[in-house]
Design a protein around this ligand. Structure first.
Ligand code: C5J
Length: 225
């Protein structure tokens, strides 16, 4: 059954069987003090704003039996998949792989790499580890989505202008239709959150914006009721 979701720049029609919810990088390393986000000088408390709407989107997607993908940004313990240009960005002593209060910063298997408890994946949901900002870069996400016949992505998570926008742009170029749930995204920099959403829905018409659509968790809940 087709569902019409209120969105900007125009309503979007989607089919639950071909729609996936992609929750981007809702990890302790980005949301809690002492992790990767904090190591880059950010006020991590701002990202908590997205948690309730992500939880609502997850509940809707689980009820509707949508494909659910949780992504996690991070690296192998030996850093063999971490480009030097990324590693050298942080201040010495707080770089990727350095010890912190949640274990080694942005390293797979460490407590900081985990998804925050309120949004913990359930068995059967896809958990996708990625070394970069975009979820399609050096991962098997496209294969997983194509195998399931997915055409439309509902995207939420952090941060709006970095990993959410990068993933949406990658998906758009691969032919997926992307609907970003604006209240379920957040940024350390509020202006970038607003600009990140504006860029998705800009230059649009009845067929969506240049990179897709922007909606929110309340509209999603009403559409799936
Ligand atoms: C960043 C992300 N901001 N998940 N990662 O480095 O947006």
């Amino acid at each position: 059954m087709a569902i019409t979701l209120p969105a900007e720049p125009a309503p979007v029609t989607l089919h639950p069987a071909t729609t996936a919810l992609v929750v981007i990088d809702m990890q302790r390393d980005f949301l809690e003090p002492g992790g990767f986000g904090a190591s880059l000088g950010n006020d991590v408390s701002r990202l908590g704003a997205a948690v309730p709407a992500c939880a609502a989107a997850l509940a809707i997607a689980r009820r509707a039996h949508l494909t659910i993908v949780h992504t996690r940004e991070g690296h192998r313990p030996d850093l063999s998949d971490c480009p030097p240009a990324k590693w050298e960005r942080g201040p010495p002593g707080m770089r990727i792989g350095d010890p912190g209060p949640m274990g080694r910063i942005l390293i797979r298997g460490e407590p900081g790499h985990d998804i925050v408890p309120d949004l913990a994946p359930l068995p059967g949901e896809v958990v996708l580890d990625k070394p970069g900002k975009g979820a399609f870069c050096q991962t098997d996400l496209e294969l997983i989505l194509r195998n399931r016949g997915i055409a439309t992505l509902l995207v939420c998570g952090v941060t709006t202008e970095v990993c959410v926008n990068t993933t949406v742009r990658e998906a758009n170029d691969r032919g997926f239709r992307c609907v970003v749930l604006g209240d379920a995204c957040a940024s350390y920099i509020p202006e970038f959150h607003a600009a990140g959403l504006a860029m998705i829905k800009a230059q649009g018409g009845a067929g969506g914006g240049i990179f897709g659509w922007v909606s929110d968790s309340a509209a999603l809940g009403a559409a799936f009721r």
